[in-house]
Design a protein around this ligand. Sequence first.
Ligand SMILES: Nc1ncnc2c1ncn2[C@@H]1O[C@H](COP(=O)(O)OP(=O)(O)OP(=O)(O)O)[C@@H](O)[C@H]1O
Ligand SMILES: [Mg+2]
Length: 354
Amino acid sequence: MFEGFGSNKRRKVAPEGESESSKPWVEKYRPKKLDEVAAQDHAVNVLKKTLGSSNLPHMLFYGPPGTGKTSTILALTKELFGPELTKTRVLELNASDERGISIVREKVKNFARLTVSKPSAKDRENHPCPPYKIIILDEADSMTADAQSALRRTMETYSSVTRFCLICNYVTRIIDPLASRCSKFRFKSLDAANALDRLKYIAKEESVDYEEGVLDDILKISSGDMRRAITLLQSAHKRKGLEGSKKITPQEIEEISGLVPNSTIHELAAKIAESNIDEIAEYVNTFMKSGWSVAAVTEQLHNYYLVSDDYGTDFKNKVSWILFNTDSKLTNGTNEHIQLLNLVIQICEIQKNS
Ligand SMILES: Nc1ncnc2c1ncn2[C@@H]1O[C@H](COP(=O)(O)OP(=O)(O)OP(=O)(O)O)[C@@H](O)[C@H]1O
Ligand SMILES: [Mg+2]
């Protein structure tokens, strides 16, 4: 069989038999069945029907990070084939694998055209074991357009024995002819109620002690990204163990989240309002020394100004334009210090003129 890649990738990272307690919680609490996938009712219901009929279209999963796309397809393949047959029937490639055009031409095509292996009697009893293989192309938006183009024929030619599942964050980066060959499933950010239930469940299983409001804070910070929420909870729990304190507090969450404390954002806004350039330069200096990420400040200033009722529409428009420019420059890797100074001084100017 194809050695060196394939469905066992994840198991190599966390081999079977490895103790559950040494796994990061995101893996430990990865939904193992479709029923455990929270908040994606539409996708889950449609996929469950296909379990019954054994008929599966090519699929395209898209949506923001940490919303259950990878978990859903892994759970689906397990339910379809069972743990044993999955090894020969599922090929999973993600962004860490080379997926240029040559790989699509060779490995994907070779796997796609293989005839399907026979399920054992035991597997047939417990799982639908439909007569096709599944190729999962995770993070497909990072594949080149050429590689995507090369997939078109393969998808059609071998559709009698192979189904594809493409997964991505940005559906617009999947070329139209591929998208149109797939049933699309949109994964939405987890809503507060579902995310809270899941987080409470994990906290209970792991005997996490926390003060009131901590879980809500975590959810606010992670804005619908369940992976981020679970990781944050685990970091807070670990840290608590190290420091010997009793319960996780909202302050601790604020500290480890990488976000700038609200009090600092308010201070910065106050400095901007005073518009004393020397003081601002001094403040930005000190601020940079404390090691905060300027990208985080940009996002938080965005929330601060744009959500507030204290500012008019014209002011908000101009500020968002500056924030947008700063954000895109930061993404391109420009100097953080200069960007922050520039951002703050420009907001000063707008405030003076409005
Ligand atoms: N809908 C969900 N229900 C329950 N847990 C979830 C859900 N979505 C995400 N999680 C948790 O977050 C972790 C990451 O989820 P997953 O890998 O499926 O995200 P993804 O949508 O593939 O994200 P990315 O786009 O970054 O690849 C899972 O291991 C699980 O613990
Ligand atoms: Mg994923």
